[in-house]
Design a protein around this ligand. Structure first.
Ligand SMILES: [Zn+2]
Ligand SMILES: [Zn+2]
Length: 244
């Protein structure tokens, strides 16, 4: 497969400098954030497509006709995007069994179960990779070192905790300038695990977080985020030994 391994070029922000006064306006910043969010969503869809294709291939349901395979992958990806992660192999089986039988009437039950198991496993791996990439990336997040183990404010698992600024740091100067919030208010945050933290920054850009998700209660009202959290709650805790 020819993957469009495109690195994003910052050309658009530097070229064609309009005769504006100084620093980028908030409109420019907003547009750049929207671009980044779009790229992220494309990446996730591409990752989901790979997950679906790999699960099909492994299950014995793998079909030669490319269009059938694409149709199946599209359906699986659409379902995952709407319904979030699968909570386990049984959940994946329950959700996709009808779809698979509908499009592959000759499918055997053990193949369908194999698909569900492979899908769940690949999805978990893809999510872990995405979380690791988000944690290690330079994406202007406020990620900090993992701290001591405690209860995550979102998924409630006992995990090494990270501090999430409810108003992300890179919008602080804007808020301060307008006198909207005090330094103390700007420094409030929640202790959450790495997986939940990555999910927050995967789901929303910093501007949206500051404007709409500036409290733990607001975060808990976010449907896409809580779909992840519900899924994370069911995952085994793997505490890596801390590097000294
Ligand atoms: Zn968590
Ligand atoms: Zn954060």
């Amino acid at each position: 497969m020819v993957g469009p391994a495109r690195s994003h070029t910052p050309a658009a922000t530097t070229a064609t400098a309009a005769p504006t006064a100084s620093a980028p306006t908030s409109a420019d910043v907003g547009a750049a954030a929207a671009d980044a969010a779009l790229q992220l969503s494309l990446l996730v869809e591409e990752a989901l497509r790979r997950v679906a294709a790999a699960a099909l291939k492994e299950s014995g349901l793998y079909v030669k006709e490319e269009w059938v395979r694409d149709l199946l992958c599209d359906s699986v990806v659409a379902d995952l995007q709407e319904g979030g992660c699968t909570a386990g192999e049984d959940d994946a089986y329950g959700r996709f069994q009808a779809l698979l039988y509908e499009q592959l009437p000759q499918a055997e039950d053990d193949e369908v179960r194999g698909f569900a198991a492979a899908l769940h496993r690949h999805l978990g791996e893809a999510l872990e990779a995405a979380a690791a990439a988000a944690a290690g990336g330079s994406g202007g997040s406020d990620d900090e070192e993992e701290g001591p183990i405690g209860g995550c404010a979102l998924c409630e698992r006992q995990m090494p905790l990270t501090f999430h600024h409810l108003i992300p740091k890179d919008v602080h100067s804007r808020y301060k300038k307008r006198g909207l919030l005090s330094t103390e208010q700007l420094s409030t945050g929640v202790d959450i695990c790495r997986a939940c933290h990555s999910a927050i920054h995967r789901t929303y850009d910093n501007k949206t977080l500051a404007a709409q998700y500036g409290s733990l209660e607001a975060l808990k009202q976010s449907e896409p985020l809580m779909r992840f959290v519900e899924w994370a709650r069911k995952q085994k805790v793997r505490v890596r030994p801390r590097k000294l």
